[in-house]
Design a protein around this ligand. Structure first.
Ligand code: SDX
Length: 420
């Protein structure tokens, strides 16, 4: 039975409707708050603010639950392919075999080298971070295609990101690009474009392709995180899908967000160089004056284990063993996790490993360069960004424009420069 929220302000009583979502999440609808009361809410970082209603992803931070359209991340990571999950996010239902075949064929149709885009990529300096380059090229896709061809552009983007990422890598090692191979599945094609020598009859290791498939699924969507909210905000101005995704890539780049996967490996390497003693780094992480954070730890929503981190941690062991890779930073990561999870500072703040804590260890075992880890996150998150953008446009959400409380100078007269 729905109830109203009662707000008493300045001697008046106001009532605001509430509503409950599928999973019993509760909200107070304050759409008329300012008109009725003259007040706005104040919530830096939107920690308590729902920006929208969405039917795509549900996560319960207390219980460590993540579901896409009702399907658990554990089942999807274990049983689905990445394009199957992309189809689910874009359509709200798992595909039949014929639907999946058609979707894969459609993505392959657009898995081609865009020579004009390649020319632009080749003049971007190698000093540019791969995420900055990716964002720029995706933004430039707008000039290449008709922004109104929505369904084609969705396929163009899903097809393009692995190609653009591989171009960046080949440029960084001074090698010619390897053209997409439409005979291969999505992940295998990416690995071949990345690691095949030009003209080589390259054989993709199925262990590597399977691990990448799982990692991309684990990054596919995550409700209204920073980069997805950025995609929605840009899209709410009716800027194109390309522009919205280009902005989302840059939001993901930040070390507090997707950039953490690169920062985690850099932190683990630093601990290794310092002799592997995690106590000093735990102490720094607890010392506010140090400016140091335990990268890959903590989460805005998960106050329990990030379910993705659990899956990746298990996969890291399996993949490294299967590939015969011994990476000392895996042991350091495990020791760091154990130390943090037994330390009152982290326990009291419910800081657990998040999706970025172990992912870099697997990426490294797959020979992905550290500065490309976040690009892999972007390739995985792309279907989530697109589905959230589509939902926002379908629901005709209004342009996003938060309010503020002004705390600057009161009105004052202009002073001529000679008198200042
Ligand atoms: C992702 O939102 C999503 O869904 C994101 C994501 C997705 O799939 O899209 O899950 C992907 O971005 C994962 C997060 C990756 N980032 C990192 O690993 C960077 C390190 N973590 C933090 O900077 C932090 O935990 C955040 C940014 C993830 C969350 O920040 P919040 O929610 O704003 O929390 P906070 O900064 O207010 O921290 C609360 C307390 C503070 O201490 P007190 O002021 O209460 O004393 O916890 C402390 C913080 O100092 N804290 C940490 C810490 N994270 C939080 N202390 C040390 N090390 C950390 N990592």
């Amino acid at each position: 039975m729905s109830q109203n929220a009662i707000v008493n302000l300045d001697g008046q009583t106001f009532e605001f409707p509430t509503f409950v979502g599928t999973e019993n999440e509760k909200a107070i609808d304050i759409a008329k708050l300012r008109d009725l009361t003259g007040y706005i809410t104040y919530d830096p970082g939107f920690k308590n603010t729902g920006a929208t209603k969405s039917a795509i992803t549900f996560l319960d931070g207390e219980e460590g639950i993540l579901r896409h359209c009702g399907y658990s991340i554990e089942e999807l990571a274990d049983k689905a392919s990445f394009l199957e999950v992309a189809y689910l996010l874009l359509n709200g239902e798992l595909p039949t075999q014929s639907q999946l075949d058609a979707f894969e064929t459609a993505v392959k149709k657009y898995t081609v080298t865009n020579e004009a885009l390649l020319k632009m990529e080749q003049v971007i300096p190698t000093s540019t971070h791969p995420m900055s380059e990716l964002s720029a090229l995706v933004g430039l896709m707008e000039g290449q295609y008709n922004p109104d061809e929505t369904s084609e552009n969705i396929l163009r983007l899903i097809a393009a990101l692995p190609i653009l990422a591989a171009w960046n890598y080949k440029k960084s090692i001074g090698e010619a690009i390897v053209a997409p191979d439409q005979s291969l599945d999505y992940c295998s094609n990416f690995l071949k474009m990345m690691f095949a020598k030009p003209g080589e009859d390259y054989k993709v290791d199925p262990i590597v392709s399977k691990a990448l498939n799982k990692l991309l699924i684990l990054h596919a969507d995550h409700e209204q995180n920073c980069s997805t909210s950025t995609v929605r905000l840009i899209g709410s101005s009716h800027a194109s899908l390309f522009s919205s995704i280009s902005g989302g890539i840059l939001a993901l780049f930040g070390p507090l967000h997707g950039g953490a996967n690169q920062a985690v490996i850099e932190m683990l390497e630093e601990i290794k160089q310092a002799g592997g003693d995690t106590t000093k780094f735990i102490a720094m992480a607890k010392d506010k004056t140090s400016g140091f954070r335990l990268m890959g730890f903590g989460h805005r929503v998960y106050k329990n284990f990030d379910p993705r981190a659990r899956i990746i941690k298990k996969a890291a062991d399996n993949v490294l063993t299967a590939l015969g890779v011994k990476d000392p930073v895996l042991t350091i990561a495990q020791e760091l996790e154990a130390a943090a999870l037994s330390d009152e500072y982290f326990v009291a703040r419910k800081l657990y490993p998040n999706v970025d804590f172990y992912s870099g260890i697997i990426y490294r075992a797959l020979d992905i360069p550290t500065n490309m880890f976040t690009i892999l996150f972007a390739i995985g998150r792309l279907p989530g960004w697109i589905s959230q953008h589509m939902e926002m446009m379908t629901n005709k959400d209004p342009i996003g424009r938060p309010r503020q409380i002004y705390v600057g100078s009161p009105e004052r007269a202009f002073v001529d420069i000679a008198k200042r």
